[in-house]
Design a protein around this ligand. Structure first.
Ligand SMILES: [Fe+2]
Ligand SMILES: [Fe+2]
Length: 264
């Protein structure tokens, strides 16, 4: 039996160009690294704002789990449609009783894997405390035999992200940051065996501002006038990371950043 599970995590897909980047290039990456399990953050997959049935259906075949973030409810139809998306994990630290689930237990070959999505609170809209939400969730009886646990921490501030990494060190296999759309170079294995990166980056156009047209983003900042940002198209890249996790212990053994140009 293989000792390690190789996980590919892909940072926020922005718009059609991001979806195309995945469909054109993900299989090559999977083959190159011998990927067993894939998690894709799709919170901006629908024209840069939220996700919907169409974008989920397009990306779902490439993923074992999809994660979301602060844009989960941008599209009002998500309130109904989220329950049809059986691989989707929405943030866990939201009020009880809302649609969808903040975690997913899934099985790949011979191993059970737990995926959690949580929102940060610094420079973001109010939500429940992510530290307590995850701590309480991990106490569930149904998780006790699961070794491999992956947390997508969707947050703005690197301080909050690093703090959660230390808080969960040894308790989960990986804490992977998303949301800023800018990949950080601080990937490492923490002392108790948790793989950590502040932000996996963004999958989409990299010649804009966070995946959107730079002219429009600048106009907003120069004139203070509201305008709807359009997804840009130049220089598409897949951003993310590869995490190798020991199946017996659930501890991470390596984390490698992915920042790959795509021919579309
Ligand atoms: Fe976000
Ligand atoms: Fe995002």
């Amino acid at each position: 039996m293989q000792t390690n599970l190789t996980v590919l995590f892909i940072g926020d897909i922005v718009g059609k160009i991001g979806r195309k980047a995945v469909s054109s290039s993900i299989n090559k990456i999977k083959k190159e690294f011998g990927v067993d399990f894939t998690v894709i953050n799709i919170e901006n997959s629908a024209d840069g704002f939220g996700l919907n049935k169409k974008t989920y259906t397009e990306i779902e075949p490439y993923a074992d789990a999809c994660t979301a973030g602060n844009h989960t409810w941008d599209r009002s139809e998500m309130v109904q449609d989220i329950d049809l998306m059986n691989k989707l994990v929405r943030p866990v630290n939201l009020p009880d009783g809302i649609p969808g689930s903040g975690y997913l237990i899934t099985q790949k070959n011979d191993v059970k894997i737990l995926i959690i999505n949580a929102l940060g609170r610094i420079f973001m809209n109010p939500v429940d405390n992510p530290f307590f939400a995850i701590k309480n969730l991990l106490k569930k009886d149904e998780f006790q035999d699961i070794k491999i646990k992956i947390v997508d921490f969707h947050a703005e501030a690197t301080s909050e992200k690093e703090a959660l990494g230390w808080f969960l060190d040894g308790k989960v296999s990986a804490v992977i940051g998303t949301h800023t759309h800018v990949q950080t170079a601080d990937e490492r294995i923490l002392p108790q065996g948790t793989a950590y990166i502040s932000d996996a980056g963004m999958t989409g156009c990299h010649d804009g501002v966070l995946g959107f047209e730079k002219e429009q983003a600048l106009e907003r900042l120069l004139t203070y006038m509201p305008n709807r940002l359009k997804v840009c198209k130049d220089n598409p890249k897949i951003n993310g990371c590869i995490v190798k996790i020991n199946k017996e212990s659930g501890k991470a053994v390596s984390i490698t950043r992915i920042n790959r140009s795509c021919d579309i």
